[in-house]
Design a protein around this ligand. Structure first.
Ligand SMILES: Cc1cc2nc3c(=O)[nH]c(=O)nc-3n(C[C@H](O)[C@H](O)[C@H](O)COP(=O)(O)OP(=O)(O)OC[C@H]3O[C@@H](n4cnc5c(N)ncnc54)[C@H](O)[C@@H]3O)c2cc1C
Ligand code: FES
Ligand code: FES
Length: 486
């Protein structure tokens, strides 16, 4: 069996002892003595454990990406480069991210500081932080309980996009594709990284009991929060041909292992429905690792991408040794947390049609207790197509958080068809949502609350798209107080 091989703070590592379920966070702190990286929550929610991993295939070119080390299993690093806060700079010669935090008084107790520095580290080398919301998005995965976010944001703003010419920039410039191939077994646990479809199909046939994993932002929680052992994982992350956003005839093919941050970068502007949903999806660290395929395959009733994609007529592309088949995305979710994948099949990608020529109104909404870094209570992807007379000829109203699966509102859609796109028609259709859904009450919201929110989202969609058929997200500053810069 292979060794784990990766580069940590510039040093090559060959690890043969750590069981494959070991998280990078535990490895850094317990095996390497790198205790600058902190544990807060062990579930991706606080950012204290943030490190940077060099991603040679990032949209826009090789880039350092801030990720949560508490959700990264060591075999996910095979062939990659990792940098922790210890390697950025020294007190005599700090990295610009560190110097900026000190200069802007961005730290008090300091517990959150290493993680925040690593998020600002990623920001330093990004060339696309061209709007205020992008800076909010960059930082929203890092919690601080004592400093207050204004100095931290100012520290980030001062250096974001500064692209320092240093060794990190050099390492990114020289990055070559990573070979993740690995068959690693220790302590009764195994982790396989096939890198070709052929190898993947063979492993799936040999080990039907194995669990698939991609970014691990969902699956790793079984290890860190439920304290389970996952004895056999097969990763799709390194399999050739599954990553990337490609323009194809009639639309786009979104590879299943494409990180959500890459989808946001590639299509957030072109398809505002996706851009709006991805803005409030997890946090930067989660989007840097979490994949589209992973989001859909959890089949969570409150997963954020399904309603948005269903409203856009997306199709799931299912792959196996026999080839590919496509199903409308709404049919991919067959029951609570169950998909249409057959044994030996994976989700290879998603086809999203180009709808630009249509007289279409489309938007997505996410309602959660917090604006940032929270799971949806109710979400919606809503789209209607009008004829020249302004009558509805197609309606696709998809909701999350309203049923056991992400689901279209058949009665409300039927009520809209043939109707003029008016407030009266929309209000009548909104009443029909009660026939479509019988939502549950839970700690995120009561059934009454969810039903009311769903009706209001449909009405809000009508009002919002009256003037702008496919609105981008309006920028609402996260800070409660905005201090104009002189
Ligand atoms: C702090 C935090 C915040 C989050 N916020 C959000 C949020 O705002 N909205 C939201 O919707 N989700 C959220 N999530 C959940 C999760 O991050 C997403 O669902 C993410 O997209 C999962 O992708 P992944 O690649 O990490 O999946 P993984 O954890 O690798 O896998 C998830 C599941 O999908 C299966 N799988 C993965 N890829 C494939 C494939 N190609 N074919 C077949 N099966 C596959 C795996 O077997 C596993 O069962 C959050 C999670 C955390 C920890
Ligand atoms: S320890 Fe909180 S995000 Fe990892
Ligand atoms: S400085 Fe104390 S938690 Fe941020």
């Amino acid at each position: 069996m292979d060794e784990l091989r990766f580069t940590l703070n510039g040093q090559p590592i060959a690890e043969a002892e750590a069981p494959p379920n070991t998280t990078l966070l535990n490895y850094l702190r317990q095996r390497r003595g790198l205790t600058g990286t902190k544990e807060g929550c062990a579930e991706g929610d606080c950012g204290a454990c943030t490190v940077a991993v060099l991603d040679p295939d990032a949209a826009g070119g090789p880039a350092w990406r801030a990720v949560n080390s508490c959700l990264l299993l060591l075999p996910m690093l095979q062939g990659k480069q990792v940098v922790t806060v210890e390697a950025l700079g020294s007190s005599g010669e700090p990295h610009p991210a560190q110097a900026s935090m000190a200069k802007h008084l961005g730290s008090q107790c300091g517990y959150c500081t290493p993680g925040i520095v690593m998020s600002i580290f990623e920001a330093c080398y990004r060339r696309d932080l061209d709007a205020p919301w992008k800076l909010d998005d960059q930082l929203c995965g890092n919690l601080c309980r004592c400093t207050g976010y204004r100095p931290i944001r100012e520290a980030a703003e001062a250096v974001a996009g500064s692209c320092p010419v240093d060794r990190f920039q050099g390492e990114a410039a020289e990055a070559t594709p990573v070979d993740m191939a690995l068959a690693y077994a220790r302590g009764g646990q195994r982790h396989m990284n096939p890198t070709t479809p052929e190898a993947l199909w063979a492993l799936l046939e040999a080990h039907p009991e194995a669990r698939l994993v991609a970014g691990g932002t969902d699956l790793s929680l079984e290890i860190t929060k439920q304290f389970k052992t996952l004895p056999l994982l097969i990763s799709v992350e390194g399999v050739a041909g599954l990553r990337g956003v490609t323009a194809v005839e009639g639309g786009w093919r979104l590879g299943a292992t494409t990180p959500l941050a890459d989808i946001e970068a590639a299509l957030g502007e072109a398809i505002p429905t996706l851009g709006r949903m991805l803005r409030f999806f997890g946090a930067r660290q989660i989007k840097n690792r979490g994949t589209l395929g992973g989001n859909l395959c959890t089949a969570s009733p409150i997963g954020d991408m399904p309603p948005a994609l269903i409203s856009l007529r997306a199709e799931a592309i299912l792959g196996s040794r026999q080839g590919e088949r496509r199903v409308p995305l709404e049919d991919f979710f067959v029951a609570y947390r169950k998909t249409a994948l057959a044994p030996g099949e994976i989700l290879s990608g998603v086809f999203v049609p180009e709808l630009a020529g249509l007289n279409l109104r489309a938007a997505a909404y996410k309602v959660s207790k917090r604006q940032e870094l929270d799971i949806s209570t109710v979400s919606a992807g809503l789209a209607v197509e009008l004829d020249d007379a302004g009558r509805v000829v197609d309606a696709r109203l998809a909701f999350g958080g309203m049923a056991a699966t992400p689901k279209r509102a058949a009665s409300a859609e039927a009520a809209l068809l043939g109707q003029p796109w008016t407030r009266e028609a929309v209000e009548a259709a909104a009443q029909r949502l009660d026939a479509d859904f019988a939502p549950l009450s839970d700690h995120r919201g009561s059934a009454w609350y969810r039903a009311t929110v769903a009706r209001n989202l449909l009405l809000g969609f009508y009002l919002e798209t009256e003037r702008t058929p496919r609105p981008h997200l309006p920028y609402r500053p996260t800070a409660t107080v905005q201090i104009p810069t002189p």
